[in-house]
Design a protein around this ligand. Structure first.
Ligand code: SF4
Length: 198
């Protein structure tokens, strides 16, 4: 992580530097003012990892839920969980952000859920619609898209995700996050993306 991120900054960082799994969660949260438990957990721990401190996390989630939730409900039911994921409640475990491996294999999302990995958990149609609408660099009918879908078909999700990183950052194929490193952690995507911007 590079310095502190404020609640105010999250939207800009999301548009420029979030990997597909987190972009999906964030965009849904923004649209619906709501995320189910595992989605909140996946996005919340990721945000902690990119440098959103606890007090800013509380501001961020309060704003995202907006008028759909009363202050009373937020304070009673949600604030505790946010504090808990920062190690400030209960057993005071400071939970680390989830790796791709954990996101791919744990808590399989149902149809109403937004957590998980788009490469692993979306249908090919939904994946190409999501990628082309989220990233202008990837056209729906392009050979790049075909290549991404082929990697997904052969269950090489990290290869597909690394290719999206390259295409959206103007990086040569095979370079990945640098030195041919492929995406194995959503936070690494964001850290590297922010480094490249500087
Ligand atoms: Fe997120 Fe990892 Fe899936 Fe990429 S491969 S979308 S970083 S879980």
């Amino acid at each position: 992580a590079q310095g502190v991120i404020t609640a105010e900054m999250v939207d800009d960082v999301a548009r420029k530097h979030f990997p597909p799994c987190m972009r999906n969660l964030y965009d849904r949260l923004k649209r619906d003012h709501h995320l189910k438990h595992f989605g909140r957990l996946q996005l919340g721990l990721f945000l902690k990892g990119i440098g959103l401190p606890l007090d800013e996390a509380i501001v961020f989630w309060r704003r995202m839920y907006g008028a759909t939730m009363s202050d009373d409900k937020f304070n009673k039911e949600y604030k505790y969980n946010i504090r808990h994921s920062y190690g400030q409640e209960g057993k005071r475990t400071n939970y680390p952000p989830k790796s791709c491996q954990q996101i791919l294999t744990q808590n399989q999302p149902g149809t109403q859920d937004s957590h998980g990995c788009p490469f692993r958990h979306f249908s090919p149609d939904n994946l190409s619609a999501f990628l082309s609408s989220t990233y202008p660099q990837i056209d729906r009918g392009s050979s790049d898209m075909k290549e991404i879908l082929d990697s997904v078909k052969s269950t090489h999700y990290h290869v597909a995700c690394t290719r999206v990183f390259e295409l959206t950052h103007g990086i040569k194929k095979g370079e990945g996050l640098g030195g041919s490193e492929s995406v194995a952690h959503p936070n690494k995507w964001t850290d590297r993306s922010r480094e490249l911007e500087r």
